[in-house]
Design a protein around this ligand. Sequence first.
Ligand SMILES: [Zn+2]
Length: 461
Amino acid sequence: MKIKIQFIIDSEDQSSTEVIACIEREELTAETLGLTLQEAKTITSEIQKKMIGHQITDFVSHNRFCLCCGSTLSIKGYHPLVYRTLFGKICLRSPRLFSCRCQSQQSSTFSPLVQLLTEHVSPELSYLESKWASLMSYGLAAKLLKEVFPVEIYPSSVYRITSKVANRLEQELGEEKAMFIKGCQRDWNQLPRPDTPITVSLDGGYVHARKGNNRKAGWFEVIVGKSLQEGHQPRRFGYVVNYDQKPKRRLYEMLEKQGLQLNQDITFLTDGGDTVRGLPLYLSPRSEHILDWFHVTMRMTVIKQISKGAMGKDYANFEKQLLRTKWFLWHGNIYQSLDILESLIMDLDLYSENKAHKKYKLWRVVSEFYQYIQSNSHFIPNYGERYRYGESVSSACAESAVNELISKRMAKSQQMRWTQKGAHLLLQVRSKTLNGDLIKSFKQWYPKMDDAHNIPQPLAA
Ligand SMILES: [Zn+2]
């Protein structure tokens, strides 16, 4: 059996029929039933070439006239214009036209196609490249695109497109401000009844740095956050600490997209790091800032593990003191918990100079925990009471933003090293993708993209 795929063009100016591909089938087997991926790639890339060819011819013939006097403009010559699409790279013949004499005495030229196609990548290709690159490595994204579409794609071009998209997103971000609260209590009272409370967790994470060929470039800090609200999809944001100039604006925009109203309750749960403490200030008049119970317990678990090996026969007593500390902290009794910690440190003080001793490490982590509780004391509420009232105390129930934004994409292997700029830009695309907002940005930039009216109707037989 021979199946011919034809391309029929039917317009006012022209009508033509061309054969695009001929598929032959003999014996029917599971693998010969229907189109193969390779055939589909060939057919779509052939359709793409023909379709674009006709569209360009049509466009040029309609734009060869002077808009003022209507006379035909003469062609000075043609230039190649390479345009990359999901269905292949197309080399266009872009005409250079002489401007009309009625416009100016000097002879000048212009290229209508160059003016039309300012970017040489189709919006859909650029969308898929940046979206997939935010979910997997640049190399993998290129391989995957190559596997399913008739395109020749390299990791470097995926990287370039993703950076371009990220830069465009960055340019659209508003100005940084110290204060985002607008209006006064009287205005806020007039707002409609707000939605359910929002909880935002703010955490710090680390990414392996890259500086030239220096393999010991170390790490840099990234702050990420996630907003949680009953009955709504969570949203995320992130930035590189020493690179970003607009951290507050970023957090503010995430809350705005979440639908935050100024009369709505919002709780910020922070990991207690120095860099996140000031971030949520002056964003909402009805906000609370508390130390995430999840991070308190995580630190205590580490102390417990170390003490098991270090304390020997005294472990039972040490554990008892640790549990008391936890109980006091849970009830917001900072004074009592610091008191216990202080006596534990005093008992271990003997080993503070002896780095080789196994109790030295325990002394260090308990001392650090003491510092941690002390410097976050303003953010330690009565967790027990909050918990009984159904208010948020911990981000432990949701997948952490650190895991979603950093670990899964930027810290999978030791080989992955990042520049601050590269990591920051990728974070922007990744959070947009996970929030479901990347396609919205593309539709704003290219309003006709994925238009519902453009969905082709199958022809009736
Ligand atoms: Zn003219």
